[in-house]
Design a protein around this ligand. Structure first.
Ligand SMILES: *[C@@H]1O[C@H](CO)[C@@H](O)[C@H](O)[C@H]1NC(C)=O
Ligand SMILES: *[C@@H]1O[C@H](CO)[C@@H](O)[C@H](O)[C@H]1NC(C)=O
Ligand SMILES: *[C@@H]1O[C@H](CO)[C@@H](O)[C@H](O)[C@H]1NC(C)=O
Ligand SMILES: *[C@@H]1O[C@H](CO)[C@@H](O)[C@H](O)[C@H]1NC(C)=O
Ligand SMILES: *[C@@H]1O[C@H](CO)[C@@H](O)[C@H](O)[C@H]1NC(C)=O
Ligand SMILES: *[C@@H]1O[C@H](CO)[C@@H](O)[C@H](O)[C@H]1NC(C)=O
Ligand SMILES: *[C@@H]1O[C@H](CO)[C@@H](O)[C@H](O)[C@H]1NC(C)=O
Ligand SMILES: *[C@@H]1O[C@H](CO)[C@@H](O)[C@H](O)[C@H]1NC(C)=O
Ligand SMILES: *[C@@H]1O[C@H](CO)[C@@H](O)[C@H](O)[C@H]1NC(C)=O
Ligand SMILES: *[C@@H]1O[C@H](CO)[C@@H](O)[C@H](O)[C@H]1NC(C)=O
Ligand SMILES: *[C@@H]1O[C@H](CO)[C@@H](O)[C@H](O)[C@H]1NC(C)=O
Length: 542
């Protein structure tokens, strides 16, 4: 950057560094009726439900009778208070401190699983100690002692499954698959299957990152090194796809990156995955050692076939004091594009920054906050383009959640309205009244989904359901490859819906679309669907 550019840049930055992030909605206030609650941590479910974890610590050193309380904040803003059944901790969930130690930092962190379940981790300082899985009725189902850097994966398409992966040793990956049985009953149980996979003998795994696949199943990205004479010769990144849920052994592994033909990598910080409708972007920070002021963010874009389509570096300039410093930042890609980042050392100076796709600063958030081990990521409601923070007042037992707009997309944009990166429009429109003729020559109606990129039909389902009091019932399911679906042009699909499906008048219906209902014809990547509760319509008499 030339001097002139630099001055211009500073000017621009100082002009736009006015807080442009505003409150998105009214804060949510909650009054606790329990004394001495200590805020521990939080996380956010995929659909925007918030988890807050409190403890009641009676003795900071020994944690005698420490109680754990969860608060689940639903999207409709009702709060579910949960007391974790203390008697079920019949194992050493809470680490013991050396009484003489000044450095006894016991922490607890919740992690969102699927609806109804939370993983709670206890920590001694920077290291995880034990983990438990509890359900929203306060019952503990599982307890573990997982390896550091274990990964929790929630399935994108199932409300009954989640996984935990961990590196067992240099050549073996362990996977625990959980299936919830009787999920509609308060006595639900969790079935656990444990499998291990041997990774190629030639590499030594040292870190991994697991995530769900759009078409179902999951994948694990493996960082590895090859050594000779104890010297690290080569860094490689592999991906292993576990696409078949029923047979995890049917997995395939591909090489995403090798330092033979690129730069040597030293991964620091966390890894992130995003799916943007044209493949996956794997995003992590790398220290190349040559310029300590630059946080070097590395991204690899790849397809579900394992093909790599782009390898790129994004440098977040640490020399700009208002932006991001080496080792101090967490950068999270946003669902609708752009990034959010912060600087751990400058929290009081309001340094949560929103970047656009080209890493230009779009805005900052002027507020103080206390980030916990889950970091910024746990506070982002990606599809609603919001970030939230809690303010807890120890004196009067109130807490308040403030929501802020991330401004990563226009709220009138159809991608925001459908919470889907690829929807251009639908018939019926959201909340439209459709007239059902009583007597007519036709017995069906064509629904339309128009995408913003060329598509092919695939095997995910479209399901029409009816709202019945507080619950819903399925009325018709149509697979993308059924004869009821046909492409009208490159980007739009017609779905034939029978009037008999919509037989009731003045009733609210909804349409859910599974992931992989269509693929994009550009590279055959499956596209995301539309979640329940978004695309609703009503019927009325003709
Ligand atoms: C809010 O959502 C939860 C979970 O879906 C539901 O149990 C509860 O009845 C809802 N509350 C209101 C007031 O709609
Ligand atoms: C790694 O773990 C697997 C399964 O637990 C075991 O079979 C294998 O011998 C171990 N390898 C090494 C090098 O310890
Ligand atoms: C749970 O719901 C399913 C259908 O939604 C039903 O078939 C099943 O019997 C229910 N299980 C229990 C234990 O109520
Ligand atoms: C749950 O289990 C308890 C005790 O086993 C039993 O009394 C209760 O009826 C069960 N509830 C349901 C919904 O099955
Ligand atoms: C492992 O290394 C050996 C010898 O270096 C080589 O012959 C073999 O092809 C390698 N295997 C894999 C899967 O890369
Ligand atoms: C590191 O990067 C900054 C920002 O681009 C640059 O000003 C500085 O000269 C670089 N330092 C070294 C040692 O290359
Ligand atoms: C916060 O900003 C003030 C004024 O610009 C500065 O003096 C202070 O050093 C900053 N604090 C940190 C931690 O960067
Ligand atoms: C940020 O908020 C603090 C406290 O509310 C206020 O004093 C400060 O002026 C704000 N900074 C900006 C840039 O608005
Ligand atoms: C689509 O729905 C049918 C019928 O409900 C079901 O059998 C099938 O497994 C579903 N397909 C997918 C890909 O989920
Ligand atoms: C819906 O709720 C009303 C009032 O609680 C009840 O009379 C009606 O039977 C319910 N309908 C169904 C289909 O459950
Ligand atoms: C494809 O069809 C849809 C639905 O009729 C329409 O909205 C869209 O404009 C059409 N696209 C093109 C490129 O003609």
């Amino acid at each position: 950057m030339s001097v002139l550019n630099r001055i211009l840049w500073i000017l621009i930055v100082s002009l736009i560094l006015l807080p442009i992030l505003s409150h998105a909605q009214e804060p949510l206030e909650y009054i606790e009726n329990l004394p001495n609650l200590h805020y521990e941590g939080s996380d956010t479910y995929q659909d925007g439900k918030i988890i807050i974890l409190f403890t009641q610590r009676n003795n900071e050193i020994k944690f005698i009778n420490t109680k754990l309380y969860l608060r689940i904040v639903f999207v409709n803003r009702t709060v579910l208070p949960i007391e974790i059944n203390y008697n079920s901790f019949s194992f050493d969930f809470i680490p013991e401190c050396d009484v003489n130690s000044f450095d006894c930092n016991i922490l607890f962190t919740p992690k969102a699983l699927i609806d109804g379940y939370v993983l709670i981790e206890s920590r001694l300082g920077s290291s995880p100690y034990r983990e438990i899985i509890v359900s929203w009725n306060g019952i503990m189902h599982k307890k573990f002692n997982l390896r550091d850097n274990y990964q929790v994966i929630t399935s994108l398409d199932s409300q009954k499954e989640f996984l935990i992966t961990e590196i067992k040793n240099a050549t073996t990956l362990g996977c625990r698959r959980f299936t919830v049985l009787n999920s509609n009953n308060s006595n639900s149980t969790i079935n656990e299957e444990i499998e291990t996979f041997s990774i190629s003998k030639n590499i030594t795994m040292y870190q991994h990152s697991s995530f769900s696949l759009t078409e179902g199943g999951f994948a694990t990205i493996i960082f590895s090194v090859t050594k000779s004479n104890d010297l690290i010769k080569l860094t490689e990144i592999h991906i292993r796809f576990f696409k078949s849920n029923n047979d995890l052994a049917l997995s395939k592994q591909y090489l995403l990156y090798s330092s033979i033909s690129g730069k040597f990598l030293t991964i620091i910080g966390g890894c992130q995955n995003t799916f943007d409708g044209s493949g996956y972007t794997f995003f992590f920070s790398d220290n190349d050692g040559t310029n300590l002021s630059l946080n070097d963010y590395f991204q690899i874009h790849f397809l579900s076939s394992g093909a790599v389509t782009l390898i790129d570096n994004k440098a977040f300039d640490g020399y700009n004091p208002d932006i991001i410093n080496y080792y101090t930042a967490e950068i999270v890609p946003l669902f609708y594009g752009g990034y959010i980042g912060y600087d751990r050392f400058k929290l009081e100076n309001s340094s949560i920054i929103i970047f656009d796709d080209n890493i230009n600063v779009k805005g900052i958030l002027n507020r103080t906050f206390n980030l916990d081990v889950n970091g910024l990521k746990a506070h982002i409601i990606q599809k609603q383009s919001l970030i939230w923070f809690i303010d807890y007042n120890n004196n009067n037992y109130n807490w308040m959640i403030n929501f802020y707009n991330l401004n990563s997309i226009d709220i009138a944009d159809s991608r925001y309205i459908y919470q889907n990166l690829n929807i251009q429009g639908t018939f019926p429109n959201i909340n439209e009244n459709i007239q059902i003729p009583s007597l007519t020559s036709s017995n069906s109606l064509d629904f339309i989904i128009n995408y913003n990129k060329p598509i092919l039909l695939s095997n995910g389902n479209l399901t029409i359901y009816q709202y019945l009091n507080e619950s819903i019932i399925s009325r018709q399911s149509v697979s993308g490859i059924s004869e009821l679906c046909k492409l009208v042009n490159d980007t739009a699909v017609y779905i034939k819906i029978f009037f008999s499906t919509l037989h009731q008048i003045n009733v609210k219906y909804g349409i859910r679309i599974d992931n992989d209902f269509v693929k994009t014809s550009l590279n055959e990547e499956p596209l995301f669907g539309i979640s329940e509760g978004i695309w609703n319509f009503k019927t009325c008499k003709f």
